[in-house]
Design a protein around this ligand. Sequence first.
Ligand SMILES: Cc1cc2nc3c(=O)[nH]c(=O)nc-3n(C[C@H](O)[C@H](O)[C@H](O)COP(=O)(O)O)c2cc1C
Length: 182
Amino acid sequence: MTLYIDCCARENSRTRILAKALLEKLGEHEELYLYKEGLKFLDAERLAKRERLISSGEYGDPEFKYARQWAAADTIVIAAPFWDLSFPAVLKAYIENIYITGIVSRYDEDGRPQGLCKAEKLYFVTTAGGPLDNRYGYEYIRTLARDYFGIKEVKLIKAEMLDVVGFDEKEIMDKTINSIDP
Ligand SMILES: Cc1cc2nc3c(=O)[nH]c(=O)nc-3n(C[C@H](O)[C@H](O)[C@H](O)COP(=O)(O)O)c2cc1C
């Protein structure tokens, strides 16, 4: 099953339009709209709970439902607009919730991360008002997915310069949509 993670706050989000065009080609999917999930950031109390559950091997606990869902997905699509050189905070909160050692990754005898996720491919879909800088958004997600979660292929689908006067938003969006080839 394809897992679609929607991190788009705006009703008429252009990032979501791109993601939907991709999902049409990928077929059936399960959707998580992060703004409606009531995700909580990690705090002292939750960290202590998480450590207790991990040390007693209770990976089936409801606390880890997002991690189990992520690890079991066949394909993952993340739609997140380019915000402040990165992506919306709700996605970071989600990552705090899924990154559970023992479910999405483990460490080998040399202390190196080994991915435990089933997905072969992750798509990161984004749009930017100006020029897209991949360093703190896409590159971070790609490193995490490939080097820590074991997801072999990570692909970027993007439309940029959408808010710059003189650039044709519709033309840029259409061009990206027409180039989507999963
Ligand atoms: C909170 C916020 C931060 C943003 N930061 C940037 C930025 O750092 N660089 C940039 O080029 N555009 C930035 N933008 C513009 C968005 O990247 C652009 O409008 C994008 O297409 C919004 O996606 P959406 O249509 O899916 O909401 C920002 C927009 C918002 C609302």
